[in-house]
Write a protein of this length. Sequence first.
Length: 174
Amino acid sequence: MGGFGGKRDFGGRSAFGKSKSQRGVGGRDKERPTMYQAVCSDCGADCEVPFRPTPGKLVFCDACFRGFDQKRQETKMPPRDNYREQLATVHIKLDRILDLLQSDGFLETAVGKIKRFEDREIAPAVKKLEKVTQSAAEEIESGVKSAKKIVKKVKKEAKATIVKAKKKINTLSA
């Protein structure tokens, strides 16, 4: 491990608390770590690694590891010139958009298109909706009138039936 919590060598022994002469150059122990035999997961070559290989974990020989690390570095950091070219292209496009938006002709054209759409699409739809609404209101109104007539007729018939029933009751009771 390196970095925090004291210096460690590959074997996992702490170098913290040792004198410089005990640690060796760069703070590492003078002893070489125990090396273990392994087979490279990429090329299949026999190699030695400073850790105990475990099943399911990839192991790389020095050559494959360097190639893998170099490929990873290349994909992480593309050349900066490429970014500059892309930014320059984006700036040009944004300037064109701003010019279009700030010009009076653009706004006039947009407003004209909106008005034409309103006249062509929205106004006829509103008129049609008004007609449909008016006809529905008329149907409802005529339905209400018919219902009122029916209610009047039913009330009249009910009164007549009640009068007849009262007369029968009076004749039967007399």
